[in-house]
Design a protein. Structure first.
Length: 251
């Protein structure tokens, strides 16, 4: 699995990155191509903001394409690409395992297996200078949350725990993607959980799922156009429901 970073103009300038753009087949929307998460790729739109005019701190916002799940990286100086990738992988792994444990999808005793699968399945990063306008709308929403929360609490910079708490609040709010029609309403935390269980918890499922090898979690990605039409029939809605997730989180 590749992790695709779609870097905004601001992020490229801040990190001093000279990146290629995503190729456009028809020559249109250059630099504004749609990014897509699938079985082979986990795609993220990434942007950087300055906390406020007086602040010397910067915050990176990353939003995953399918789930619209957001990660917030506060109090940063410009990292190298290698430093960013290491930071990104570390945060993704921690948040992913927390979701699995809090939802009750896995036991703590098998966390080492998830770690092994995460390391073996993650092949590396591919970077582009690009802004997916649909995903970027959720980046802008997160920026508004950060600024409003900072103003209300007279905060110029968040620490990691505060940033994580704010991001999880955002990730539990129901979102909508217009192009997905009537099935376009979802909760980001649930969608990312579905994805990561499928990718990194193979053999750890206690329940059985249709058209899925025993012990595996179902794929949220259709194999064909016809499968896409049947997706919500073949795959149980919300592998772990939000109610169960919240109950586990409060315990």
């Amino acid at each position: 699995m590749k992790i695709q970073i779609s870097a905004s103009n601001a992020l490229c300038k801040w990190m001093k990155l000279d990146l290629i753009r995503i190729p456009s087949v028809d020559g249109k929307k250059i630099g504004k191509q749609t990014i897509t998460t699938d079985v082979e790729t986990l795609a993220w739109q990434c942007h950087v903001i300055k906390n406020n005019v007086q602040s010397h701190y910067y915050t990176v916002i990353a939003v995953e394409a399918r789930s619209r799940y957001v990660m917030i990286f506060p109090n940063l100086a410009p990292p190298t690409q290698a430093e960013f990738e290491e930071m990104f992988l570390g945060r993704l792994f921690i948040e992913m395992v927390n979701l699995m444990l809090h939802s009750g999808s896995i036991e703590e005793s098998v966390a080492d297996i998830v770690t092994s699968q995460f390391l073996s399945e993650t092949e590396g990063f591919c970077w582009f200078k690009n802004t997916d306008l649909s995903v970027n709308r959720h980046v802008s929403d997160t920026e508004s949350w950060i600024r409003q929360s900072g103003d209300n609490n007279d905060v110029t910079a968040y620490n990691d725990d505060e940033a994580y708490g704010l991001s999880m609040h955002i990730n539990e709010i129901r979102k909508r993607i217009a192009k997905e029609g009537r099935n376009g309403r979802f909760v980001p935390v649930v969608r990312l959980l579905e994805d990561t269980l499928f990718r990194f918890a193979k053999g750890l499922a206690r329940d059985s799922y249709p058209d899925t090898p025993n012990g595996h979690f179902p794929s949220p990605y259709p194999k064909s156009v016809e499968d896409s039409k049947q997706e919500h029939k073949a795959i149980p809605d919300n592998v772990v429901c939000l109610t169960s997730y919240r109950k586990q989180k409060l315990q």
